[in-house]
Design a protein around this ligand. Structure first.
Ligand SMILES: C[S@@+](CC[C@H](N)C(=O)[O-])C[C@H]1O[C@@H](n2cnc3c(N)ncnc32)[C@H](O)[C@@H]1O
Ligand code: SF4
Length: 404
C-alpha cells in the first residue's frame, strides 16, 4: 500500500499549470535522485467498508470505460515526456489501486511498450492484486508482461474478520492465488494484512499471520486498521454499531506480528513492512527516501525535486484533460525547506536505516529518547536515529519530540 497517494484534498494547494511545466531547479533533481513510476488503476468490483482510496465501481464511472485506462495512461506518460524531457532511468513501477488485476495483462504491456527504453536492467515492477480476481492464466500473463513482484490483499485469514471488512474473498483464495503466482514464476510475493479490526481477537490475528507466513512469500505489510472519515466503517463506528479499534489492542497485535515475523525468518525494514532474505519494496523506498516519482492515473500524486502535485480524481475528468492535451493535475505544492526537512525526518525515521543525526536541527532530545528505550543507543553512537521495537510502537511521539 502507498500512503503517499492519499495526502492532500483535491482542491488544496496552488493551481497547477495546464502544460504541467516544472521549474528548472525541480528538473535538475532528476539525474541525481532515484525515479519511480506509480500507475493508479481506479476500479473495484465493490468498495470495502473501510477503504477511502480513489476507486470506482462500474456504476460510478460516468461513462469512463476500464478498457480506455491504458490509452489515457499512455497520454499521461507522453505528457511526462514533454514536461521532463527524456524519461530518467525508471528503477521501479508500482501498479496500485483500486484493483489493478481487473485489467488484462495486455493493458500493462501496452503501457510498458512506450517507456521500456527507460527501464533499468533490474527494474522492479509490482502489481497489487485482489486474491479473487486472478487466475493461473492472468498471473502468467502479468509475469510475461514483465511484472516481477505481486502484492495480494489478504487482510485476514478469518472469515468473520473478512466479513467486518466487507472483503469479497474466501480465505482459501489467498493460498490458491499465492501458490499459482509462485508456479507461474513470481519470486517476489507480498501480502497485505490488517490488524485491529473490530471483533478480531489476538488468536484471530496470530492465525492470520501463521497462514500468511506458511505461504511462499518473501514480504508482508501489516497495517493497523484506520477508520477513515467518509467510509461506511466510519459511519458504523459513529453510530455505535461497531466498536472503534483500540490503541492498546493494536499495539499488542503489532508485537505479535513482530514475534511471528522473526520466528519465520522475516525482518522489519520499515515500521509496517517485513521482508525475508533482504526482500524489500524498492518502490516504497523511493518514497521513504524522498526520491522522485511520477504518479499517473486518476488522483495519483507525484513528486519531483520538491514540487508535489496530484491529479483530478474522477477517471472521466482525468481522461478528458489528457485527451485535450492538458495536464490532469488538480493542484500542486512547492515544498518549503522546512516541509522537505519534516517529511525526510518523518519518513526516514520509520525505516531500519533510520535518520542521520546530522539532519536534525535540534539533536538535544536524542539522549532522553535513548534512555526511554525508544531509539537504539548503539546506532546513536554511530550517528543514526533508529527506532527500537518500543519506539516503533510510538513512532509518532518520537517524531513530535524530535521536531519540537
Ligand atoms: C487500497 S488497497 C489496494 C489493493 C487491493 N485492492 C486490496 O484491497 O488489497 C491497498 C492496501 O491498503 C490497505 N488499506 C486500505 N485501507 C485501509 C485502512 N483504512 N486501514 C488500514 N489499511 C488499509 C489494505 O491492506 C490494502 O491491501
Ligand atoms: S478492494 Fe482494495 S482498493 Fe478496492 S475498495 Fe477494497 S481495499 Fe479499497
Amino acid at each position: 500500500m502507498v500512503f503517499t497517494q492519499r495526502v492532500p484534498k483535491e482542491l488544496a494547494g496552488e493551481v497547477a499549470p495546464l502544460n504541467g511545466a516544472l521549474s528548472e531547479s525541480a528538473l535538475a533533481s532528476l539525474p541525481v535522485a532515484d525515479f519511480g513510476l506509480y500507475l493508479h488503476v481506479p476500479f473495484c468490483n465493490v468498495r470495502c467498508g473501510y477503504c477511502d482510496f480513489n476507486t470506482y465501481t462500474s456504476t460510478e464511472l460516468r461513462g469512463f470505460r476500464r478498457e480506455d485506462w491504458a490509452n489515457s495512461i499512455g497520454l499521461e506518460l507522453d505528457l511526462a515526456k514533454r514536461v521532463i524531457g527524456d524519461l530518467p532511468d525508471i528503477q521501479t513501477i508500482f501498479i496500485g489501486g483500486g484493483t489493478p488485476t481487473l485489467l488484462p495483462p495486455g493493458d500493462f504491456e501496452k503501457v510498458f511498450d512506450n517507456i521500456e527504453s527507460a527501464f533499468t536492467s533490474d527494474i522492479e515492477i509490482t502489481i497489487e492484486a485482489n486474491p479473487d480476481t486472478v487466475t493461473k492464466e492472468s498471473l502468467s500473463g502479468y509475469y510475461k508482461a514483465g511484472i516481477n513482484r505481486i502484492s495480494f490483499g489478504m487482510q485476514s485469514a478469518v472469515p468473520s474478520v473478512l466479513k467486518v471488512l466487507d472483503r469479497t474473498h474466501d480465505p482459501k483464495a489467498v493460498s490458491q492465488a499465492v501458490e499459482l503466482a509462485a508456479e507461474v514464476g513470481f519470486k517476489n510475493i507480498s501480502l497485505d494484512l490488517i490488524y485491529g479490526t473490530p471483533t478480531e481477537t489476538d488468536n484471530d490475528w496470530t492465525e492470520s499471520l501463521l497462514q500468511a507466513l506458511s505461504l511462499p512469500i518473501n514480504h508482508f505489510s501489516a497495517y493497523s486498521l484506520i477508520v477513515e472519515p467518509g467510509t461506511k466503517l466510519h459511519q458504523q463506528v459513529k453510530s455505535g454499531q461497531v466498536a472503534p479499534p483500540d490503541d492498546d489492542i493494536s499495539a499488542n497485535r503489532y508485537l505479535i506480528a513482530e514475534s511471528q515475523a522473526l520466528a519465520h525468518g522475516f525482518n522489519w525494514y520499515e515500521v509496517s513492512n517485513w521482508g525475508k532474505g533482504g526482500a524489500r519494496c524498492r518502490h516504497n523506498e523511493i518514497y521513504w527516501q524522498s526520491g522522485n516519482w511520477w504518479g499517473a492515473g486518476p488522483g495519483a500524486h507525484s513528486h519531483v525535486g520538491g514540487i508535489r502535485w496530484w491529479n483530478k480524481k474522477h477517471p472521466a475528468v482525468w481522461a478528458q484533460d489528457l485527451a485535450s492535451g492538458d495536464s490532469p493535475a488538480a493542484g500542486r505544492e512547492v515544498l518549503t525547506p522546512d516541509q522537505l526537512m519534516f517529511e525526510a525526518v518523518m519518513l526516514s525515521l520509520r525505516t531500519i536505516g533510520g535518520l542521520a543525526v546530522s539532519r536534525l536541527e535540534n539533536p538535544n532530545p536524542l539522549l532522553g529518547l535513548a534512555k526511554d528505550g525508544l531509539i537504539d543507543p548503539k546506532k546513536l553512537d554511530q550517528g543514526h536515529v533508529v527506532l527500537t521495537l518500543e519506539g516503533r510502537l510510538l513512532a509518532d511521539l518520537v517524531l513530535r519530540t524530535l521536531m519540537k
